[in-house]
Design a protein around this ligand. Structure first.
Ligand SMILES: [Ca+2]
Ligand SMILES: [Ca+2]
Length: 142
């Protein structure tokens, strides 16, 4: 069960990075902050925000996404964030087997921004700790 869940999100993370890096980046299979920000500006639907606000928000999301702070989001980090959102909307992993084909990077991008939109300093800290919990749950401590 846990492996199916984990692999579903890992596959998603891999295709997410491929999609974003291929469309907005240099196609080296590494997702940087700049590439992520570009994708968010293009694919998100937060039109009521100014461009600078959207950029700042996307950068903020990336900082949470990049758990080990190496400047690159890898598939495990994307998997941890995706599973965190999955938990928060109450799927509890029962749809893990289907997640790969059914959720597109575009949907995920919109969702990510919506969830972070109202976040405060405490919201950001809570997100970091949730990300760490999910990461450790899926991949252990290393
Ligand atoms: Ca890249
Ligand atoms: Ca990283």
């Amino acid at each position: 069960m846990k492996d199916m869940y984990k692999n579903g999100f890992l596959n998603f993370g891999e295709s997410y990075i491929k999609h974003i890096d291929g469309k907005y980046g240099n196609n080296d299979n590494k997702l940087t902050a700049d590439e992520f920000v570009k994708s968010q500006l293009d694919e998100s639907i937060q039109s009521e925000l100014s461009l600078n606000e959207q950029k700042a928000m996307a950068r903020n999301i990336f900082e949470h996404l990049d758990i080990n702070n190496n400047g690159v989001a890898d598939k495990k980090e994307v998997a941890a964030m995706m599973s965190m959102f999955d938990m928060s909307i109450g799927h509890n992993g029962d749809k893990a087997g289907k997640i790969d084909g059914k959720i597109k990077a575009v949907d995920y991008n919109g969702k990510a921004l919506n969830l972070v939109k109202s976040s405060t300093e405490e919201g950001g800290a809570a997100m970091d700790s949730q990300m760490n919990i999910m990461y450790n749950f899926l991949f252990g401590n290393n």
